[in-house]
Write a protein that binds this ligand. Structure first.
Ligand code: CU
Length: 312
């Protein structure tokens, strides 16, 4: 199973000239009161992504930085690990293809919402705040508790394109990512000596999983397909996790934290964990099928600099 790269490693920058820039023209509130301690720059842009070793590369949309477009653009996007009390700014450029994509879905206008985060309106990725190709917007995340209330603490968040009427298409095309927020309790350190810390599994044992169902078309290069006229809820034929079709993840015999995120477009999931010594015959069959598939999927592991828990 691929693991998304840490945003600090792939999209963190030292300077954002002209900060804070507002694509909507509305000024940033209380910017000077919460000066950013970390800066990020991401470009929403097309790149080539392989969902499965048996599939050709699909051109989808993701977030990245730098001239190596296919090597440094990601979907799901870079994984943000932030902390309460540390304001940041993320600048997002719209580098999508003018006129859109030839596959008939997705619109090259963006506005990026950090889902559930307590964000000032001009940084919140409001659906109507979309901007065209070539423009950029600075999202100022103060990372303070709403009303100073510790019960308002949020920890597992995600960001996604939010363009009015095209959110499903643009997110299906890849404009999604996970965004974590630590605090004193959920501190990101399982050995934290602080008695208030939950000491949840951390590091490589704290695992993002972005679930998305996708359909690939019948052309020789198997591009991503979406039926945009299905308003009852389009369902993809293949299940992907972190951008790979049915990947495997080898685990150590210890506690893990799995951060399960369903990014749609429409499917419901029922998740279960079970011990292989306890499965009945029917489930064993499913599992055997999985084992055969494992060989084919093997090199799906470790993409994006990912890791298996052991020896991978
Ligand atoms: Cu959302």
């Amino acid at each position: 199973m691929p693991i998304m790269p840490d945003a600090d490693d792939v999209v963190r920058v030292n300077d954002l000239p002209g900060m804070p820039h507002s694509a909507s023209g509305r000024p940033h509130q209380r910017f000077d009161e919460f000066p950013p301690e970390k800066l990020y720059e991401m470009h929403a842009r097309p790149f080539k992504h392989r969902f499965h070793p048996d599939l050709a590369e699909s051109t989808i949309w993701g977030y990245g930085l730098g001239p190596d477009i296919d090597g440094n653009t990601f979907s799901p996007g870079p994984l943000f690990k932030q902390r309460y009390g540390e304001p940041i700014v993320t600048r997002i450029y719209n580098d999508l293809p003018p006129g859109g994509a030839p596959d008939g879905f997705g619109i090259p206008e963006v506005t990026t919402h950090l889902h559930n985060h307590h964000t000032a309106s001009e940084s919140d990725g409001f659906p109507g705040d979309f901007y065209p190709v070539g423009e950029h917007h600075d999202h100022h995340y103060t990372n303070i508790l709403a009303g100073g209330d510790p019960d308002e603490a949020l920890n597992t968040l995600w960001y996604h394109d939010h363009r009015a009427d095209f959110t499903a298409q643009n997110t299906y095309k890849g404009l999604v990512g996970q965004w974590w927020l630590y605090d004193e309790a959920d501190s990101g350190d399982e050995d934290d000596p602080n008695h208030k810390a939950l000491r949840l599994p951390s590091g490589e044992y704290d695992v993002p999983m972005v679930f998305a169902d996708k359909t690939f078309d019948n052309t020789p290069d198997h591009q991503l397909f979406m039926d945009i006229f299905n308003f009852d809820g389009f369902l993809g034929e293949q299940l992907t996790v972190n951008g790979a079709v049915q990947p495997f993840f080898e685990v150590a015999a210890r506690k893990y934290r799995f951060r399960l995120l369903n990014v749609g477009p429409s499917r419901f999931y029922k998740f279960a964990l079970f011990n292989e010594s306890q499965v009945d015959d029917k489930k064993c069959k499913t599992r055997r099928k999985g084992k055969e598939a494992k060989k084919a999927h093997h090199h799906n592991r470790g993409r994006h600099g990912g890791h298996g828990a052991h020896g991978d």
